[in-house]
Design a protein around this ligand. Structure first.
Ligand SMILES: [Zn+2]
Length: 204
């Protein structure tokens, strides 16, 4: 016998039902999924004003748990505004729905050891975009988006793979906040809340 592990590994009295649990859970998940529709309406998709900007969530487990592995939202950058500047491990795809602008990417040097370390270079690369373009943000790249139109909003779909969260690489670092959207601006400025454009936004 090449190894004498059996002397040790055939011992112990603890019992488990992990495999049986998996067989049961997969059936339960199928039944639970069947209760959720394969369609999400604009009314069901929630808005969120975040340090990264104004988001309309499309795919998230909090909206429809049937969608397992993609997080997706529409981001809106007000005229002449900019998104926040952030970094996350998951790669991201942007599809420009409306408007024109550009993104800055900083290619982070990182080392994945027992702990992972990264350095953000001073130099960024600029990518101009307009309606209909798709922009790819590679893994762990610092990025920020700018609306170069002074009069019209820019809107794009952003999608990223949720698997990174499950693997323990769900960290997200907000380096800079977005320029305030009009809704956010009204929300944080008490004295503006009753002004005409703010009450209009509040009722939209
Ligand atoms: Zn991002």
């Amino acid at each position: 016998m090449p190894y004498e592990e059996s002397k040790y590994w055939r011992g112990g009295k603890k019992k488990a039902s992990f495999y049986a649990d998996d067989l049961r859970l997969v059936k339960e998940e199928e039944a639970a999924d069947a209760k959720y529709p394969k369609k999400v309406s604009p009314e069901e998709a929630p808005w969120e004003d975040t340090p990264h900007g104004r988001l309309k969530h499309l795919a998230h487990e909090g909206i429809n748990p049937r969608i397992k592995d993609i997080d997706m939202y529409i981001q809106e950058i007000p005229a002449g505004g900019r998104s926040g500047k952030h970094r996350h491990m998951a790669e991201e795809l942007m599809f420009i729905l409306e408007g024109q602008g550009y993104s800055l990417h900083w290619d982070v040097q990182f080392d994945l050891k027992a702990e992972y370390e990264w350095q953000i270079p001073k130099e960024s690369k600029r990518f101009d975009w307009e309606e209909g373009d798709m922009v790819y943000v590679p893994v762990n790249t610092v990025h920020q988006h700018f609306n170069s139109d002074a009069e019209k909003p820019a809107r794009f779909i952003s999608a990223s793979n949720r698997i990174y969260k499950y693997l323990g690489f769900g960290d997200i670092e907000q380096i800079e906040a977005a320029s305030p959207s009009q809704a956010m601006f009204c929300h944080v400025n008490e004295q503006l809340k009753n002004q005409e454009h703010c009450t209009k936004i509040a009722h939209e």
